[in-house]
Design a protein. Sequence first.
Lengths: 304, 612
Amino acid sequence: MHQTVPYSAVLDELEAEAIHIYRETAAAFRNPVLLYSIGKDSSVLLHLAIKAFYPAPLPFPVMHVDTTWKFKEMIEFRDKRAHDLGLDLRIAQNLEAITEGVTPFSHGTHEYTRLMKTVALREGIDRYQFDAAIGGARRDEERSRAKERIYSLREPGHRWDPRKQRPEFWRTANTQLAPEQSMRVFPLSNWTELDIWRYIQRESIEIPDLYFAKMRPVVEREGTLLMVDDERFPLDQGEVPEMKSVRFRTLGCYPLSGAVESTADNLVDLIAEMETSKLSERSGRLIDGEGGGSMEAKKAEGYF
Amino acid sequence: MSGYTPVLHLVTCGSVDDGKSTLIGRLLVETDSVPIDQLEYARTTRRGGSTVPVGEVDYSLLTDGLEAEREQGITIDVAYRHLNLANGRRVLIADSPGHEQYTRNMAVAASNGDVAVLLVDAARGVRPQTHRHLTVCALMGVQTIIVAVNKMDLVNFSHEVFEEVMSEVRTTAARLGVEQIYGIPVSAVTGANITTKSDDMPWFKGESLLGALAVWEPVGRVANEGFRFPVQFIIRAEGNFRGYAGTVVAGSVRPGDEVMVTDSGNSARVDRIVTSDGDLQEAKYGQAVTLTLDHEVDITRGDILASGTSLQPADRFGVDLVWLGEEPLAHGRSYLLISGSRSVPATVTSVRHRLDVVSGHEHAARVLNMNDIGRVEIATDRPIPMDPYVQCRDTGGFLLVDRVSADTVAAGLSRHAMRRAFNLVPHDYEVDHQARSALMGHPARVVWLTGLSGSGKSTIADAAVRKLHAMGIHTYVLDGDNVRTGLNKDLGFTPEDRAENVRRVAEVSKLMRDSGVVVFVALVSPYRSDRETAASLFVESEFVEVFVDTPVDICSERDPKGLYAKAAAGNLPNMTGVGQIYEPPVSPDLILRGTGDLEASANLLVAAILEA
């Protein structure tokens, strides 16, 4: 009676759901964009998008919000993927903040994130007049995400208003927009972090090397290991980065991405390590750590 | 692979008082579905009112709401969580908040549900909300209902209490036609019968809650049901590739099968089932694929490819609506109906009854308010194919969307297509309105004047008509008060009746336009969506929207009919501009100031009509 469900069958169902959402988004919106942030979730997102429209090419552009503080390897990986897959890649940046010299060290995490990510994203969406932005957010990432919709409505000014969120019935989506409204679309809503890794493994999806353990130069800041990716990292007097075997569970701006000590240098070891650790992946992300509900507050401002 | 279910969609019903948060929290923890840092948070953090000692897990914190909800005192309809069962099955939980008046939230959560877990507090027994939850689950097509009779520890694990609850629940379930219902006595606090069978209740022979979820299999989705494939997207690629992308929402399909395009009635055979992982020999329920056909047929997004049971387009349906909008349903108003990947304007033509979700009784009703469920008739602008909801959720369920705000105002469940729609075939007369216009020597138009009572609509219309008449142009004026003393004397001034008033006047003006005349409509018509409905009957150049913009204080000073005086005395609660709002047009073809020179206004209007 107790029939075992193979993991692959769960992935098949999640995949079909994501493809359905992609097709609906491509057909229903005037000018959708795929938000590509280079990490593992984005890699899965991109892979699914290509599957959804096979054999035709991707029917919409991809956009990267570049804070200029991403790991060097990420940018190399991005440009190579864009070239290999023939993507129409757009870059969104807050040039004003960059000119003013905003850095994660000078402005504090919250303000830095608001300026370099949230504002840059909003400006990018406005500049290209995208009416739907597809992102890789998952409901298991954080408690406040449990109530996020697959089709998440944004009011004028990209504001997320909990009162205006639309009920979601069946597979049927209300993709209508009133003037100046836009939509964020999350095809991976029902995926878990483990699903992402299992799917990467099953589909042989390319991901940046930073996810795998390797000797990297790190320093410790308030109990968090940070990688010194370039000379902009302010070292204390006489401080020398230590070489440690580390990897990253999530990728973002290198001064904000905590590394974990690990020897998992391949997918099999990595998944095994993940299944035993059971820490939520956002626990390594410095930007969420400022008080409960801070993720939600950022979302209300227009962050992903 | 005998139709096993990798992902089970679960809906949880019950209120905080029934111990729902504790139950869900425990399910998450016992299936190892909570990251340890979040578990640590639930061990150490305490919110006011919590009686759980620090150090133990306060399960309710794992299912906590959003800051915005707490601060603004609102409730977001559904929270989605997931857990993994020992046999590898994924359970997606849709949890709607327990406020018992929130029928709409329950309906959202239940819309995708395979199984519902309905909590009943053993100490308090079956309550009105238990009936409400059963009714909504049954209506939304949840197949299996597991009644979790909770807090058994508070009633000494009494078999009798459990049976009492179950017998009452079974009576209601039988009336509602629920396919499967069974009960499990549990204690979310002690964990009894949640993961494993409890020694406290040896009289209970069934599975534990998680055990029941692990072995559940669907009753329906049988292999020989009709095939349904709503086309979402047409994929064109090199080498003349033309494929129809979509998801199989019922039945299955194989290459060589004949499928019908529901709208045109044309049929073709499936040539290939394309996926990026290679062609398939069969596509089954839930699979997202791309079909190619053996010959070219006209297919657009929103068409349904179907076989097996017949699916014919119709333009009138008897449906159940779950009303979600804050504003009540207005019959006669045009909404956008979204069914699968298709959207079409639709009007609710009559409200038959409202359902009392507790007693199951049907009450006569003219409107539906938020959280109401009722049976109505709808008419769509074009024929569309919809299955009865009980046969297929995806092709039988639909949304109604407000055409101005774009909000989803109702979820609809198609019950039956109305046959009389097939018997009405408009006759195409050879002498049409263009032919009549030619004979008249001028084109026909509808000139729609909207504005507050006393703004000067009739006066301006009168002046313009005199000028046109002198130029040999045939005119007629449909004046609000004149129509209301005859054709519309059964209508009042509620928003619903105003919508119907506008609908009828618009239809009459369309008939008169067909006769070749320039029709003036002088009607307050305060609601934007009603006017848009009227405009949608005509091509753009035939319809001239004129906003007679006069400040309300001037209108009430003029008060030609003494209405403002009555409203001020409290005798006219529905007076536009006083008790009811007026929504000015966003982009009218012409704005005339009711305070301006009448001659000049009439000249402007005549010029606009001749130009249009």
